[in-house]
Design a protein around this ligand. Structure first.
Ligand code: C2E
Ligand code: MG
Ligand code: MG
Ligand code: MG
Length: 278
């Protein structure tokens, strides 16, 4: 209604908001330069099979080395989203992830690489072709790429999301729901999703052993995943006692500092070599 519209106009010109807007534009300009200057790097965080202790995948995580500083993706991904730069950056990420997965495959290791797909990327009609072409270019089997969409993206406009996910499933890429537990999933929709994996958000893992509510939630998510024939990944595992409890609860996969931090490409390749050598 009109009252809301005029309120929004007032809020829009609030001095703090202008500052905020200015900051965002500055960061956007710097991000454009970062792309041109090759300041973006893709890191890889290993994922471990809890039962065997072996590496079974990795998540690609974006880093921005801006002068002396490492800018957090939590800060710049939203700017990339709002400006649309995420489409261009996303294509580069897909390319890098496929190249790294292919190099590993050629070295005898089939290790799926997971890519984070933001809301705007997911809605973009070109995403499918970007992925299909990159797989072809690298002669990479589709199952060695996995797409992570957050629970909030998955649960928004469910019918459209379902159609896109089904296309990707037909292509053969893996699909997982990230930050699970932070949104409001409809179990009825979740059941229809052609998703292979749920990733339990780190916020539930952090105090899992101290907060019985968190532990109960983790246990419930593991149960839901298995009932729906999905694998379940615990994010942000930092301690042995957390690992032991997750193992007892039947969690499949662990991702966290306990096993490894996100690593630059060469360190990641070394890590794979070292942990897969018999
Ligand atoms: P996410 O996809 O949920 O990624 C997991 C985050 O948890 C990563 O933070 C990772 O470094 C961090 N993490 C993993 N294990 C531990 C642990 O044991 N302890 C702690 N304290 N943290 C742990 P990061 O790399 O800062 O990324 C934050 C978020 O930014 C990601 O959350 C994702 O939503 C977004 N992001 C990162 N890279 C990309 C990208 O390439 N594309 C898109 N669209 N988003 C990205
Ligand atoms: Mg993720
Ligand atoms: Mg996550
Ligand atoms: Mg997260």
């Amino acid at each position: 209604d009109e009252a809301t519209v005029s309120n929004q106009t007032i809020v829009h010109y609030h001095p703090d908001m202008l500052d905020h807007r200015q900051q965002r534009l500055t960061m956007e300009a710097q991000l454009r330069k970062a792309i041109a200057n090759y300041e973006l790097r893709l890191y890889f965080q290993p994922q471990m099979d809890i039962a065997t202790g072996k590496i079974i995948g990795a998540e690609a995580l974006l880093r921005w080395q801006h002068g002396e500083n490492m800018v957090s993706p939590v800060e710049f991904i939203p700017v990339a989203e709002q400006s649309g730069l995420i489409i261009e950056i996303g294509e580069w990420i897909i390319e890098q992830a496929c190249r790294v997965a292919k190099n590993l495959l050629d070295a005898g290791q089939a290790i799926p690489i997971a890519i984070n797909i933001s809301a705007r990327q997911f809605q973009h009609p070109e995403l499918y072709q970007q992925i299909e072409r990159a797989l072809q270019r690298h002669q990479l089997p589709a199952e060695l790429i996995e797409l992570e969409i957050t629970e909030s993206v998955a649960m928004h406009q469910q019918d459209e999301v379902l159609a896109v996910l089904n296309r990707f499933k037909a292509l053969g890429v893996g699909l997982s729901i990230d930050d699970f537990g932070t949104g409001y999933s409809s179990l009825a929709y979740l059941r229809q999703f052609p998703v292979n994996k749920l990733k339990i958000d780190r916020s539930f893992i952090v105090e899992m052993l101290e907060q019985s509510e968190d532990e109960a939630l983790v246990n419930t998510i593991i149960g839901i995943s298995h009932h729906l024939q999905m694998k379940v990944v615990a994010e942000g595992v930092e301690t042995e006692p957390q690992l032991a409890r997750l193992k007892e609860m039947g969690c499949d996969t662990l991702q966290g500092y306990l096993y490894s931090r996100p690593l630059p490409e060469s360190d990641f390749n070394q890590f794979v070599k070292a942990t897969t050598a018999s």
